[in-house]
Design a protein around this ligand. Sequence first.
Ligand code: FES
Length: 100
Amino acid sequence: MNPEPADSLEIVFDGTPLPAVRGQSVGSALTDAGIRSWRSTRKRHRPRGLFCGIGVCYDCLLTVDGRPNQRACLVPVHDGMRLESTEQVRHEPSQEDHDV
Ligand code: FES
């Protein structure tokens, strides 16, 4: 289903403009844009993004409009929203990421 033009908006992730739809969560918009992770674990630097999707695990933390440690799965997008990954590092999933 294509969104109505009035529902389309733009967010900016680490300086890159991305399309989003009114009512989407930040995590959903990033995932739709093909971005699967936006922070790394402290010790082993493993990529993290959406996991539970309901605000429980805190895997999805990022900076939203200058406010650090916001849960991407709970924050709704708004036009012009500025998002920053925690370490300015994006990851693509690999088999190693699934190893414990
Ligand atoms: S994905 Fe678990 S808190 Fe956001």
